[in-house]
Design a protein around this ligand. Structure first.
Ligand SMILES: [Zn+2]
Length: 383
């Protein structure tokens, strides 16, 4: 099969005008030809690029679409989640997560970094149409029960690990939920669960998290009190959350910092400097939904941090579309440009999930999937 388009983005950059992609029936890239070689290629309006990588999602929360109001701020948002999360039937939850999976497949997503607190998403993984790294979240802001909390996560982890991968990549790792919901002891247990594992964390999503670590003041105390958690053991470090918790991890882990709404230049330097591989995942539509604020994207970019893209869940987003996330960034920061934005959504995402040998780039031997971004701003999977 030969295809071409107004523009082709190979995951890194736009190719010269008139370039043609040659693929076999399985979607494996055979070659890239220049404009002179092939005149019988099928032409697509707009941009062709590799399939998108959604580095941060929660498919198990798909039934919560529209339940939590917008612009509440993170702490009130989090108070809503346990109240509503289980007020749905199993059938409603199952239908919603299958619809979410299909929505992502159709709008060009080929791989997902998916947060799981339960084994609910074993069924969508079994569909085997997209690559999935499941991040099994451990949480518990308590010192005495840290081993028990890790044990819960480990039971869930084993259920995912025993699922057999067929066509697509299925992987899993245990990760911390967020700095304000994981105690120092639990951080250390997560660090040692699997050496060199891929870790993701909801990082600096609210200003309250910062003050909790700085001097133990602010709204995180209200959240933990609502959850009946005794925080007497917790000593504020006088530093930001990130600068505190990265010390609990060995540098051989790969790290994905998610959200980063209140991440400063020093935090970004320390995060990237600590680990063998560090990625900064932006979920702009969820940030606007919850906090009505974006991270300091120009800073992350000018400091040459590795940036990738996630949708977060339907509890905090109107749709699960990577293109929609890019459109939001483009609206606020048009100077970044589509060449860079598409790199964040494809090859950078593939690198973040450690799947770049299969997806993320249009190059011979890989099976990246091909997405058409049409001139009217719609993403559609064509391969
Ligand atoms: Zn999230």
């Amino acid at each position: 099969m030969l295809i071409t388009a107004t523009q082709i983005h190979d995951g890194e950059k736009f190719l010269p005008e008139g370039s043609v992609i040659e693929l076999d029936d399985n979607g494996t890239i055979i070659a890239i030809h220049d404009a002179s070689g092939k005149s019988d290629a099928t032409f697509y309006e707009g941009i062709l690029c590799p399939g998108f990588v959604n580095v941060h999602c929660h498919m198990e929360l798909s039934h919560m679409k529209g339940v939590v109001p917008e612009h509440t701020g993170l702490i009130p948002f989090l108070k809503h989640i346990p109240t509503y999360r289980d007020k749905f039937t199993e059938e409603q939850k199952t239908t919603a997560r299958h619809e979410a999976y299909t929505e992502m497949y159709n709008n060009g997503i080929v791989a997902i970094g998916d947060i799981a607190n339960t084994t609910d998403t074993l069924d969508v993984r079994a569909q085997d149409k997209m690559h999935i790294h499941t991040f099994i979240e451990s949480l518990g802001f308590t010192e005495e029960r840290a081993e028990m909390m890790l044990g819960f996560a480990d039971t869930t982890y084993k259920a995912y690990a025993s699922q057999e991968a067929k066509e697509k990549i299925l992987r899993q790792s245990i990760v911390p939920h967020a700095p304000y919901s994981v105690s120092p002891s639990l951080f250390k247990l997560i660090n040692s669960h699997t050496p060199q594992s891929l870790i993701s964390i909801h990082n600096q999503e609210s200003e309250a998290e910062h003050y909790f670590y700085l001097n133990k003041e602010g709204a995180v105390n209200e959240l933990l009190a609502m959850l009946n958690i005794n925080t007497d053991f917790f000593q504020p470090s006088g530093k930001s959350s990130l600068q505190t918790y990265v010390r609990y991890f060995e540098k051989e882990h790969s790290f994905i910092f998610v959200h980063n709404t209140y991440t400063g230049i020093e935090d970004a330097a320390i995060g990237s400097g600590t680990f063998a591989q560090a990625y900064w995942c932006l979920c702009p539509n969820a940030n606007m939904y919850i906090e009505n604020r974006l991270p300091d994207i120009p800073m992350l970019r000018s400091e040459q941090r590795n940036i990738c893209i996630g949708t977060d869940s339907l509890a905090s987003n109107h749709k699960l579309s990577i293109l929609s996330e890019l459109q939001t960034i483009n609206k606020h920061y048009p100077e970044i440009g589509w060449e860079t934005l598409l790199r964040w959504a494809t090859s950078n995402g593939a690198n973040a999930l450690r799947m770049a040998d299969v997806i993320g780039n249009i190059k011979p031997g890989t099976q990246p999937g091909i997405v058409q971004v049409s001139v009217n701003g719609i993403a559609k999977r064509i391969v």
